[in-house]
Ligand binder design. Structure first.
Ligand code: COA
Length: 259
């Protein structure tokens, strides 16, 4: 992995760090490419059962797409930049393993879009999130308009995108954009405790939940229920489900090995 994106795997958890703190981890084309590569490596590594995504430094998760790069794009390059970001983020969303965004400081523009493609978002109480693209004369281009609607509804999506003002962590939590808000000093501990819980859970069941919610949830109810049934049935063929049910009956903690 390059210097722009760091990847460390330990105890079943992959820690992905966007490493451009001098530019508040702004997303340029190279960062998008490195992130895509990091998540491809994670997808291929069965030892990874949960992911934490964070920005380096104290000031920002990610302060958005790289405005210097954005300013010089032709319409065709802008289309490619948007598609590149969208595909990378959709890849994170569809990873099949849970991804937790750990948000300290700013998560703006592409940073908020990146956080929204993660499955859980844990933020420090000093975090500021939003879609300020309108202030640059542009709109979100990495899926923000679509994921905002799905997470927080049309009203919040329009407010955040049309007005462009960042909001605090508490308001974002109330809108359904954040999973938890914790004191800044407790951010790492809370995030890694949740990641450890996910890494110890049955991977096939986690995958089934992600697929039923993220894919099934986009279809009509009949097709969505079908997704759920398929995922449910697949779990019954795993040793993990045998272990989970047996452990319950034997009144002990299950050990899910991922098979
Ligand atoms: N793209 C490129 N560079 C960025 C950036 C971005 N989205 N956000 C911050 N930076 C750079 C700054 O240019 C500055 O670089 P420099 O030190 O070489 O001049 C550095 O990161 C630190 O940012 P700075 O603006 O000095 O920090 P601040 O604490 O005064 O303000 C923000 C922080 C987040 C309020 C401010 O940086 C900002 O508004 N960023 C843009 C947010 C945005 O519009 N995002 C959507 C982009 S589509």
């Amino acid at each position: 992995m390059s210097e722009l994106v760091l990847l460390d795997v330990s105890d079943g958890i992959a820690l992905v760090t966007l490493n451009r703190p001098d530019k508040l981890n702004a997303l340029n084309f190279a960062v998008l490419t490195e992130l895509k590569a990091a998540f491809a490596a994670i997808a291929a590594d069965p030892a990874v059962r949960a992911v934490v995504l964070r920005g380096a430094g104290e000031k920002a998760f990610v302060a958005g797409a790289d405005i210097a790069e954005l300013a010089a794009l032709s319409p065709i390059q802008a289309r490619d930049f948007s598609r590149h970001g969208q595909q990378m983020m959709r890849g994170i969303e569809m990873l099949g393993k849970p991804v937790v965004a750990m948000i300290r400081g700013y998560a703006l523009g592409g940073g908020m879009e990146l956080a929204m493609c993660c499955h859980l978002r844990i933020a420090a109480d000093n975090a500021k999130v939003g879609q300020p693209e309108i202030n640059l004369g542009v709109l979100p281009g990495f899926g923000g308009t679509q994921r905002l609607i799905r997470l927080a509804g049309q009203g919040a999506a329009l407010e955040l995108c049309l007005l462009g003002a960042p909001i605090g962590a508490q308001r974002a939590y109330e809108l359904g954009l954040l999973t938890r808000v914790v004191p800044a000093a407790e951010l790492e501990e809370t995030t890694f405790a949740l990641a450890a819980q996910l890494a110890a859970s049955a991977p096939q069941a986690l995958r089934g939940i992600l697929e039923a919610v993220l894919v099934g949830g986009e279809c009509g109810i009949e097709a969505g229920l079908d997704y759920e049934t398929q995922a449910f049935a697949v779990c019954t063929s795993t040793n993990d489900m045998r272990e989970g049910t047996r452990a319950f009956l034997e009144r002990r903690k299950p050990v899910f090995r991922g098979d």
